[in-house]
Design a protein around this ligand. Structure first.
Ligand SMILES: [Ca+2]
Ligand SMILES: [Ca+2]
Ligand SMILES: [Ca+2]
Ligand SMILES: [Ca+2]
Length: 423
């Protein structure tokens, strides 16, 4: 008998990333007809625009079972919806009729308003939308532009990105580098623009690289690479997330019945979900990676780029890194007389400054009224005060006042006792 030892959490050890898992949302479930944009909502469920029925449908995020028509047909004027996204305010924003963005209550699905009114800023032929790091809303428009709208009011701000050969912008995403990536559908490229200024940087994925044809959705994966749905070839292609170089046909042509992929997204379970527009389904593919080959996949490995970090790894206390993936760094334990400051143990002055002393500006200031504990009063005069050893390396820094009463010397003095750093 051969025992295969599979580390806990590595349940997909024998699957290969990109493999077809199952039909997650079955054909026409809940009336789904031409799935376009979709997203996992704050409640963990899947929200999908159904283009031909002018609805937003909701599916169980675990099972894919139909729940309800979250936004009912035509609500608020919804017509042939495309991309959709939950905004910073928790509400749902949907591209409608290719010319406007409608807003719906993120809990109830009830219509709120016409957030970006029809044709605002010249909006037309729109499909994709995304909220940026600046809180504003970016919407692909017509043939050549990505427009920006105020994320609070929906008011048109400016043409954010254009040029560089952009032709039919579809998928939009801000990358890990903060820059803005757009699938240019008519030129079979992914273009990159400065995430702040919108200025064109480069054709990140060059035309037809890896066979890209009719790019639609794009998303950065948990492995840092870029995944692009190639509509005309029924694939999902994988590109190096830093260089844009073609890596792999991640989902091979027609895998699992994929036909005309539009949206794609990595789900809470780490797997890749792809809308199959011609078959009215959502298909699920293995999206678990073990990039650092430590035996733990991206569903449990809290850093898949470092093989010293995984569930059960030795925790190095106090280095701000969560080696064992339990959610936090283990606090550094400092021995007696020391305390944690930043990531190192330093002398605990509060501990060392015993016997009526206090901390002042990071060192012990021993305050004694009357006789000194542990020290021997040697001499008193108005300019100097000598004491025997107290603590370590005592230094007298000031004589505040002296009174002589009877035989016993009564003195109020301050002694700065410099403590050696605890080794
Ligand atoms: Ca790993
Ligand atoms: Ca790891
Ligand atoms: Ca640590
Ligand atoms: Ca930890």
């Amino acid at each position: 008998m051969v025992l295969l030892l599979v580390p806990a959490g590595a349940q997909n050890a024998f699957a290969v990333a990109g493999d077809f898992i199952n039909v997650f949302v079955s054909a026409n479930s809940g009336g789904l007809d031409q799935p376009r944009g979709f997203v996992f909502g704050p409640d963990g469920n899947l929200y999908m625009s159904s283009r031909r029925t002018s609805e937003v449908l909701r599916y169980d995020g675990d099972s894919g079972a139909f729940i309800d028509d979250f936004v009912s047909a035509g609500s608020g004027g919804l017509s042939f919806p495309q991309g959709l996204v939950f905004g910073p305010d928790g509400n749902l924003y949907v591209v409608s009729d290719d010319v406007e963005v409608l807003r719906y209550n993120g809990d109830s699905g009830l219509f709120i308003d016409d957030f970006v009114s029809a044709g605002s800023g010249g909006l037309f032929g729109s499909t994709g939308l995304v909220f940026g790091p600046d809180g504003n809303l970016y919407v692909g428009s017509g043939i050549l532009e990505v427009l920006r709208y105020d994320g609070n009011s929906g008011v048109f701000k400016d043409v954010f990105a254009t040029g560089g050969g952009l032709d039919n912008p579809r998928g939009l995403v801000f990358g890990p580098d903060g820059n803005f990536y757009v699938s240019s559908s008519a030129t079979d490229e992914v273009l990159r623009y400065d995430g702040d200024s919108g200025l064109f940087i480069d054709d990140f994925v060059s035309a037809n690289s890896g066979g890209l044809n009719g790019p639609r959705g794009l998303v950065f994966g948990p492995d840092g690479n870029l995944y692009v749905s190639s509509l005309s070839t029924d694939q999902v292609l994988q590109y190096n997330g830093k260089t844009g170089a073609f890596l792999d046909d991640f989902v091979s042509a027609g895998s699992g019945g994929l036909n005309a992929p539009f949206g794609l997204i990595f789900g809470p379970d780490g797997n890749l979900y792809v809308g199959s527009s011609e078959t009215d389904q959502v298909l699920r593919y293995d999206g678990l990676f073990d990039s650092d080959k430590d035996g733990f996949f991206t569903d449990v490995d809290c850093n898949d780029f470092d093989d010293t970090i995984f569930p059960g790894a030795d925790e190095i206390p106090g280095d701000t890194i969560d080696q064992d993936c339990d959610g936090s760094d283990f606090p550094l334990f400092c021995g007696a007389g020391t305390t944690l400051a930043g990531n190192e143990c330093v002398p605990d002055l509060a501990f060392l400054c015993s016997g009526g002393s206090m901390i002042e500006n990071g060192i012990c200031v021993c305050q004694q009224l009357g006789s000194m504990i542990g020290g021997e009063l040697l001499e008193i005069n108005t300019v100097s005060l000598l004491v025997g050893a107290i603590g370590t390396n005592p230094v007298i820094t000031g004589l505040v006042g002296i009174t002589i009463a009877g035989v016993a010397a009564q003195a109020i003095w301050f002694v700065k006792s410099r403590k050696k750093k605890v080794e």
